[in-house]
Design a protein around this ligand. Structure first.
Ligand code: URP
Ligand code: ZN
Ligand code: ZN
Length: 464
């Protein structure tokens, strides 16, 4: 199958040009002006006049079917990847989970079983390590060789995912040898639990207090600590879902002294705030960790993105229905399942709130949503770029089209939207995954199981 995308503006992280794109099979065969005159017969032409042609989005932080707080994140790999494709995302990297006391292998196999044959777009895995011990440390090498090259550890969630400093340092020492990358959920969970218990004891049980008790300073402290541990181990470190200026200041200071510290933020921290949690139990819709922050943190995160102190925007997509699952936290905010939906909205929110609002260029938009994720997570050359030889994961993006985000029209399997009623400018017209059209005219036209597991390379070369 040969497809020619004509007359669009091709936007890569390093520049834009008016060009046609020829797709041959699963990859990009040519990029240039007037290709129609000399590429011979094609099966299909897509007119991209007035549109952008961008590399498909890469969302490196999703949780399909994550077990959490006695329930499971609602999107399956099937529904979640279809929703991602609608929003112009053509790759996800999801978090496989090691259950405490079990092996990494068991956790990874379970995630392969959930995803295989079900995905609309390509997918990879990170591994959540709940137990760092001699045997799981040894398993890290095997996973790196299988293309699962990074490991998430937590200073939060004592008794569930929490690792102490010694465990974190041991895992970091191992990545110094095997080339993997440690991803950190950096909040001081032990201190948070003290404040949370005091709040509940004082009758402050509404979801709003989830946001109050997880102080920004607890995120700043943990971010500082894990970066220092990474420096001691001589390895890069990647901070997931950074929400607060306190943490951003730590990442910036580390980068200024030459440390390979990287961080992602998420749309919820750029567009939502603690005030959104203040409407009684409705606030449960916005319960995630780290929590939404007072609105004055947002401008600093945007500056961090513009100046490359933050390199990536990922969603931390982890949806729970409001009408049953979030209700588990009635009477005690500590029991609200943590997580928000968002995999479908990321590209459009950032186009609207970033590019249209004049905060970032459209090249920077491509960088933080696709190119940097590809480089940092071992997909360079293959994903995140419109270039000859790369996978034909492409989005014909209309930068003018406006639509209003709503649970009534989104494709994520969840009964509410955090952005209900927000109108955004920009939308995906046609989405291709490895050369195959998967979204067209607002409809999913792909097939279940088209998405393949991505064995990712170690990306140490990009971590300096
Ligand atoms: O609230 C969140 N972030 N839920 C998903 C689990 C995690 O910590 O990423
Ligand atoms: Zn986390
Ligand atoms: Zn997460």
């Amino acid at each position: 199958m040969r497809t020619l995308i004509t007359n669009g503006t091709v936007v890569n992280a390093d520049g834009s040009q008016q060009a046609d794109v020829l797709v041959d099979g699963e990859t990009i065969a040519a990029v240039g002006r007037g290709l129609g005159a000399f590429v011979g017969a094609v099966d299909r032409t897509i007119d991209a006049t007035g549109k952008l042609v961008i590399p498909g989005g890469i969302d490196v932080h999703t949780h399909m079917e994550l077990p959490f707080g006695g329930t499971f994140a609602k999107d399956t790999f099937e529904s979640g990847t279809v929703a991602a494709a609608h929003g112009g995302t053509t790759t996800i990297i999801d978090f496989a989970v090691q259950t405490r006391g079990r092996s990494l292998r068991e956790g990874l196999d379970a995630w392969h079983a959930k995803a295989e044959g079900n995905c609309a777009i390509d997918y990879g895995f990170h591994m959540i390590m709940s137990d760092v011990n001699e045997s799981t440390i040894a398993e890290m090498d095997t996973l790196v060789n299988e293309g699962v090259t990074d490991f998430k550890l937590f200073t939060a969630y004592p008794g569930v995912f929490f690792s102490d400093d010694g465990a974190i340092f041991r895992a970091m020492q191992r990545t110094e040898k095997n080339g993997g990358l440690i991803l950190m959920h950096a909040e001081n969970g032990l201190a948070i639990d003290v404040v949370a218990e005091q709040a509940v004891g004082a009758g402050e049980t509404d979801p709003y207090y989830h946001g109050v008790v997880r102080y920004p300073i607890f995120e700043g402290e943990a971010t500082h600590r894990v970066i220092r541990l990474a420096e001691a181990a001589g390895v890069p470190v990647y901070i997931v879902h950074l929400s607060a200026r306190d943490a951003l200041n730590e990442v910036r200071a580390a980068r200024d002294r030459g440390t390979a510290a990287f961080a992602e933020t998420c749309p919820q921290y750029l567009f939502l705030s603690l005030e959104d949690m203040g409407n009684g139990f409705e606030g449960a819709k916005f319960v995630c960790s780290p929590p939404l922050r007072p609105a004055d943190h947002q401008a600093e995160l945007w500056t961090g993105l513009a100046k490359d102190d933050l390199q990536v925007v990922a969603t931390d997509h982890c949806p729970f229905d409001f009408h049953d699952q979030k209700q588990l936290g009635q009477g005690d905010f500590r029991k609200v399942p943590n997580g928000l939906p968002g995999v479908e909205d990321r590209m459009d929110l950032l186009h609207d709130g970033g590019v249209v609002a004049g905060r970032i260029s459209r090249e920077r938009w491509v960088e933080i949503t696709s190119a940097a994720p590809a480089r940092l997570f071992g997909l360079a050359g293959r994903k995140g770029v419109v270039a000859v030889g790369a996978d034909a994961d492409l989005v014909v993006y209309d930068p003018q089209r406006r639509h209003t985000i709503s649970a009534a029209t989104h494709h994520m399997d969840v009964d509410y939207s955090c952005y209900e009623g927000r109108t955004v400018q920009g939308g995906s017209d046609v989405v291709l995954s490895r050369g195959r059209v998967v979204i067209e005219d607002g409809r999913y036209v792909g097939s279940k199981g088209h998405g393949r597991f991505l064995r990712r390379a170690v990306a140490r070369a990009y971590h300096v």
